[in-house]
Design a protein around this ligand. Structure first.
Ligand SMILES: Nc1ncnc2c1ncn2[C@@H]1O[C@H](COP(=O)(O)OP(=O)(O)OP(=O)(O)O)[C@@H](O)[C@H]1O
Ligand SMILES: NC(=O)c1ccc[n+]([C@@H]2O[C@H](COP(=O)(O)O)[C@@H](O)[C@H]2O)c1
Length: 177
């Protein structure tokens, strides 16, 4: 059986990783959809699709599952989004998500959806991770080890700090959080 799990993974963190660990126990193969693939270099979406492919691929290598990382760009039309996903991904039997819109769209299209509990959500949340990256806080303990290496390799902290700089009016210079 093949599963599909989509997220923005900005960055890929230990909450995602726990979810993948549980999914890996249920499926033989797993497609990891890299959502909002066209977005990067903004406070909410600092990392490129290619950088997120690296984070996901190197992290998931520790699990016993065949995996494929597939970038998926956003569309203006929710009504055709599932078809768009299916056109970009290896075929799958079940989708995993905790995102209400994603769940609704897959269910309406007749795709089985499974949810998981949220793990340690008070800290395992992309927004919290990005905040800690901005303020030189401890983000390293909240991500798999390969993600630390990749963020360092791409100078990710310098980037997120730079794209989050404010102008003289105090407004964010790029997409707000
Ligand atoms: N701590 C967690 N435990 C379990 N699932 C999670 C956790 N954090 C996120 N998820 C789920 O993983 C999927 C992808 O989430 P996403 O990439 O948006 O991460 P996020 O932490 O919610 O990020 P952001 O704060 O940037 O929106 C969603 O279905 C989301 O509900
Ligand atoms: N119309 C669309 O393009 C559409 C609809 C639903 C989800 N998505 C994407 O799927 C991903 C869902 O991931 P999250 O659960 O991380 O929000 C996001 O990248 C989101 O933009 C896109």
């Amino acid at each position: 059986m093949r599963g599909f799990y989509i997220g923005r993974f900005q960055p890929y963190h230990n909450g995602h990783h726990r979810m993948v660990e549980e999914i890996a126990a249920e499926v033989d193969e797993l497609v990891l959809g890299i959502g909002s693939a066209g977005d990067s270099h903004s406070p909410r979406n600092p990392f490129t699709a290619g950088e997120r492919v690296m984070m996901v691929t190197k992290s998931v290598a520790e699990f016993d599952v065949v995996s494929y990382a597939v970038p998926i760009e956003d569309l203006d039309r929710n009504s055709v989004w599932v078809s768009h996903v299916q056109s970009m991904s290896p075929t799958f039997d079940v989708a995993y998500s905790n995102n209400p819109l994603v769940i609704q769209l897959f269910r309406e299209a007749g795709v089985e959806v499974r949810q998981s509990p949220m793990f340690n959500r008070d800290v395992l949340e992309g927004a919290e991770l990005r905040e800690r990256m901005l303020s030189d806080g401890d983000w390293r303990s909240l991500v798999p080890a390969p993600v630390v290496d990749i963020v360092e390799e791409i100078d990710g902290i310098e980037r997120i700090q730079r794209v989050s700089e404010t102008d003289s009016n105090g407004d964010a210079t790029s997409d707000p959080e």
